[in-house]
Design a binder for this molecule. Structure first.
Ligand code: NAD
Length: 503
């Protein structure tokens, strides 16, 4: 069941069965330069294509995904162990939506943009969004198709060529991304997938013109340090310890359902999983009762028939170790296990509900990335907010209340990149809005125009309109010029004027 290391091949295992399912050749770090050089050769041709032309490949890719959905789902589930329903919704469906969204909207977001100068009224100004060149996408294993295509697609639409380095645990989903572009007739080497360990990813940072990294905080910092050596732009989508707040006026049934699904889907291995829950005193007992009841009814196992399980295994031994370590630490410090708390065969860990938890425990502070729901009683919305913000992560948060005003007020005070009110995890499916983290959860934003523009280098062009022989502030300097500029300063910025004419 362990991922074995060999110098030339990755061995891929099905975490649900322990069976070895494939061997995949590795690209060693010193071979990465050659792949980047190939991508550079395609770049000038791809950059010159119109948005409509590029979009045609995206629509064809979407058709390919629809036609190959069974195979894609099979591949994802075989190397992650997740239920097919989740691969269909969060990977296949999401990717189809993403392809259509960027095929349709990229031109609007990236076309040359006229700017009206605040000061220099005698100039025409416009901004061009130029591609970076070759973009490296380094992706994790928890959503191996979604989090690969999620950056590959906007990088391509922005005019870049792309090299994808999938996680060493899920190379097969990464290879599907390369194959899909090949089979829809995209130019050779437009999208290449290089499989390997972290060192292959590190070599990508040494050669590419921009990096989109999704993964852990610890690796993200290494990538940022390496990228700093070359001053290339880097998008960092990192981990989270997402809080859920349930206030006393919440719709209890919806909040409990959201909590169980938000914490346990993909066996809790979602960057935006509900990782800790704060519930106001008056509804605490009833909320916990409902959550435990719902967890009891979940079916865990290795899926043989479509839809027969709700939770799969953890994807790798290191995740199992983290879950066990966090639960052990919590119990040693006084937490109680209400349900679960036991390791089953292989990589399966029972969905677990913990109470009597507090912030001295790792389970409330470090990313667990497993099927665990720690619930803490709080006395007020303010206490819940303070505890939610007591974290070095800041990816997402959810809060449940019927009081819209209070909900909006708390959302504003939450120190996270994303907030859901009376919902959870939904932010990721809203392609029009920025998605990303604050604090140690990341830098930069996916989705919308933000997701595209980060793969460009804006170039500002200023064009003189009147063709005077010289500008009033060019050489030679003289006293008259200084007086004239000083008078202009007083005229433009004198008190009262600003409010009247908003200068
Ligand atoms: P990881 O950091 O171990 O690995 C991520 C990728 O980085 C892999 O492809 C790996 O091979 C590569 N890598 C490792 N060392 C490298 C190096 N020195 N230089 C360049 N690349 C290197 O993360 P993981 O375990 O694969 O993924 C789980 C983490 O990802 C969790 O923390 C999760 O929260 C986070 N995540 C974040 C988001 C988000 O959108 N914010 C989404 C999914 C997952």
């Amino acid at each position: 069941m362990k991922l074995l290391t060999s110098t030339k091949h990755l061995e891929v295992f099905n975490p649900a069965t322990g069976q070895k399912i494939a061997e995949v050749p590795i690209t060693l770090p010193d071979e990465v330069g050659t792949a980047v050089a190939r991508a550079r050769q395609v770049f000038p041709m791809w950059r010159e294509l119109s948005f409509a032309h590029r979009a045609r490949y995206l629509y064809a890719a979407r058709d390919w995904i629809v036609d190959h959905q069974e195979e894609i789902i099979e591949t994802i589930c075989a190397e992650t162990g997740k239920p097919r329903t989740e691969a269909l919704i969060a990977e296949v469906f999401y990717c189809c939506d993403l392809l259509g969204y960027y095929a349709k909207n990229s031109e609007r977001y990236l076309k040359d943009e006229a700017r009206s100068p605040h000061l220099l009224k005698n100039k025409r100004v416009y901004v061009l969004y130029k591609p970076l060149g070759v973009v490296g996408v380094i992706s994790p294993w928890n959503y191996p198709f979604t989090l690969a295509l999620g950056d590959v697609v906007p990088a391509l639409m922005a005019g870049n060529t792309v090299i994808l380095k999938p996680s060493e645990y899920t190379p097969l989903s990464g290879l599907l991304v390369e194959r899909l572009f090949r089979e829809v007739g995209a130019p050779p080497y437009l999208v290449q997938t290089l499989c390997g360990y972290g060192e292959t990813g590190a070599a990508l940072v040494d050669h590419c013109d921009g990096i989109a990294f999704t993964g852990s905080v610890i690796t993200g910092k290494k990538v940022a340090e390496r990228a700093a050596q070359r001053l290339i732009p880097v998008l960092l989508e990192l981990g989270g310890k997402d809080p859920m707040i349930v206030l006393k006026d919440a719709d209890l049934e919806r909040a409990a359902n959201a909590c169980v699904w938000g914490a346990l889907s993909n066996a809790g291995q979602i960057c935006m999983s509900v990782e800790r829950v704060y519930v106001e005193g008056p509804i605490y007992d009833e909320f916990v009762r409902r959550v435990v009841e719902k967890v009891k009814s979940l079916r865990q196992g290795s899926e043989k028939r479509l839809g027969e399980i709700d939770i799969g295994p953890l994807t790798m031994p290191k995740q199992l170790e983290t879950v066990e370590r966090h639960i052990r630490d919590a119990v040693e410090k006084g937490a109680q296990i209400l349900i679960g708390g036991t390791r089953k065969d292989g990589l399966f860990y029972e969905p677990t509900v913990l109470v009597d938890v507090d912030h001295s425990m790792q389970i409330m502070r470090e990313e667990t990335f497993g099927p665990v729901i720690p619930v803490m009683r709080v006395d007020s919305a303010q206490e819940a907010l303070m505890l939610a913000n007591d974290s070095h992560y800041g990816l997402a948060a959810s809060l449940f209340t019927k009081n819209r005003e209070l909900g909006a007020q708390l959302a504003r005070q939450l120190e996270t990149g994303n907030v859901c009110i009376n919902d959870c995890i939904a932010n990721f499916a809203v392609l029009e809005a920025p998605y990303g983290g604050v604090k140690e959860s990341g830098l930069g934003r996916r989705h919308g125009e933000w997701g595209l523009r980060q793969f460009t280098s804006p170039q500002t062009v200023v064009v003189d309109r009147f063709g005077l022989k010289r500008e009033p502030f060019w050489y030679p300097y003289n006293e008259r010029m200084v007086h004239w500029i000083s008078r202009a300063l007083r005229l433009l910025y004198r008190r009262g004027w600003r409010r009247k004419f908003s200068v």
